[in-house]
Ligand binder design. Structure first.
Ligand SMILES: [Zn+2]
Ligand SMILES: [Zn+2]
Length: 138
């Protein structure tokens, strides 16, 4: 884990959840319908703070996102979306992976919020390839 931007934050709602859950490294929060949030126990502000050393963490977050969708009977695992909000859009300043399905059934406003074409959303695949390529998301 990076030393930078990883201090526990008393004001952070996700850190409070993590503390109350006695969670291991990565935790899942259910949202509405097939929409889940996967959060890190360690406080990382947002996807712009990710470094190449976080690649295993991001990979585990993606795996947990896929697992939770599968467990909740998402039939078409090719029609899912996993990704992060890009600041300043992020609603909660604690890194969280959105796991949604089915991606093709999202309405227009959801596509804007969680779409791969949106400037405020980066898919986990894109985030990982940027991390692998440059060592850091810019
Ligand atoms: Zn936090
Ligand atoms: Zn978000």
């Amino acid at each position: 884990m990076a030393a930078q931007n990883t201090d526990d934050n008393d004001e952070c709602p996700f850190c409070l959840i993590v503390q109350s859950q006695n969670a291991s490294e990565i935790l899942m929060i259910p949202g509405a319908g097939h929409h889940y949030l996967v959060i890190t126990k360690t406080h990382i502000n947002n996807c712009k703070m990710l470094r190449s050393e976080h690649i295993p963490t991001v990979e585990r977050m993606a795996e947990m996102g896929r697992n939770i969708l599968e467990k909740n009977k998402v039939r078409d695992m090719t029609d899912i979306r996993l990704g992060f909000h890009v600041p300043p859009f992020s609603s909660v300043p604690h890194l969280h992976l959105h796991a949604l399905a089915p991606a093709s059934k999202m309405n227009e406003s959801s596509q804007r919020r969680y779409g791969p074409g949106s400037a405020w959303f980066i898919t986990v695949e894109e985030a990982l390839s940027q991390l692998r390529a440059r060592g850091r998301i810019k």
